[in-house]
Design a protein around this ligand. Structure first.
Ligand SMILES: [Zn+2]
Ligand SMILES: [Zn+2]
Length: 346
């Protein structure tokens, strides 16, 4: 089978590799259909690492995908050959304290598709994953929408974990795919007053189309002053989706006393900091979001029931052979890209 291999910093090659095979009775053989390019893939593509996770070349990245079931082991139930599925990229052990406590996303033996040292990613024609990672679409969402379920589930989880109640206000800092996913999920929960900041105008426009009550570019205006003016009491919840010190600081500034800061963005710096006077006086709750937990089916249902519309997020599509062009586009934030998808099975 063919796969796209990372072979160095900003280097990728379409190669012939050994075809994926079923090994365990709970395994499912998938033919990849569509693959999404994620910001975290960019960390590996451009710097060869995220924190302590360092790529050993050659390596296959990619974790957002939809696929068709080709075959499965004898212990698999609930799937048929030919089923279209959204793929949950986290493979947990189901045995450790975290899994038993209902936290498979922080499993002690977690393997995540396309994470160095864990398991290879999905940028290939075929792939084998445990049946627990396969979520049939039942024909209710498209294969492209099924790819978006992975980033969208993170927004669904962040909103769920924030405890957002109907009518509560939200500030979203950063309107890439994850920020837009938080926006869609917060709207589905009927948040009252969702303000968005973002430095790329095409993404701001997408946030406005997706129903943000106010959206502005911090390069053009003092967004903190503007948000304070419009929301004098401050916000109930801030979703930091940019991974920048600047946006973390802005989030603290615009939160109301007792507000919650959801930390979702992945900073490139080794440390982030907070003004202790501000977070202490306001008694801000800091909540980290590690990907998502048990939100894939909810994400799919929200799309299937038309309670969210994420199609606008897909700005570019590429052939499998042109994967590197897709990566360069996303790495350069060029041409108003929000989510680039790769068609594997053309
Ligand atoms: Zn992702
Ligand atoms: Zn576990």
């Amino acid at each position: 089978m063919k796969a796209q291999l990372l072979t160095g910093i900003r280097q990728m090659q379409l190669c012939e590799v050994a075809t994926a095979r079923i090994k365990e009775p709970t395994d499912v053989l998938l033919r990849l259909e569509w693959i999404g390019v994620c910001g975290s893939d960019m960390h590996y593509y451009e710097t060869g690492r995220i924190g302590s996770q360092v790529v050993k070349y050659p390596f296959i990245v990619g974790h957002e995908c939809s696929a068709t079931v080709i075959d499965f082991g004898h212990e698999v139930s609930g799937l048929q050959k030919g089923d279209q599925v959204a793929v949950e990229p986290a493979i947990s052990c189901s045995q450790c304290d975290q899994c038993r406590a209902g936290r498979p996303h922080t499993c002690r033996h977690l393997r995540f598709l396309g994470c160095p040292g864990q398991v290879e990613g999905c940028l290939s024609e075929f792939m084998v994953v445990p049946a627990a990672c396969c979520f049939p679409t039942y024909g209710q969402i498209t294969l492209q929408q099924a790819v978006l379920c992975e980033p969208f589930a993170i927004g669904v989880y962040a909103v769920e974990r924030s405890g957002l109640q109907q009518g509560q206000s939200a500030a979203i800092l950063g309107a890439g795919p994850i920020g837009l996913s938080c926006l869609a999920a917060a709207r589905a929960e009927q948040a009252g007053g969702i303000f968005v900041t973002e430095k790329i105008d095409a993404r701001l426009a997408a946030a406005a189309r997706a129903g943000a009550d106010w959206a502005a570019n911090p390069e053009n205006e003092d967004v903190v002053a503007q948000m304070r003016q419009r929301q004098a009491d401050g916000f109930d919840i801030a979703f930091e989706c940019a991974g920048q010190q600047e946006t973390l600081d802005q989030a603290i500034e615009v939160l109301k006393p007792g507000g919650k800061l959801m930390i979702i963005g992945i900073p490139r710096e080794e440390r982030i900091s907070f003004n202790p006077d501000l977070i202490r006086r306001k008694e801000i709750t800091l909540i980290n979001v590690r990907r998502q937990n048990h939100c894939t089916r909810k994400a799919m249902d929200l799309i299937a029931q038309h309670r969210v519309d994420l199609d606008d997020m897909i700005t570019h599509t590429f052939s499998f052979a042109a994967t590197r062009e897709a990566f360069d586009l996303v790495a350069g934030y060029r041409d108003g890209v929000i989510k680039a998808l790769i068609r594997v099975n053309a």
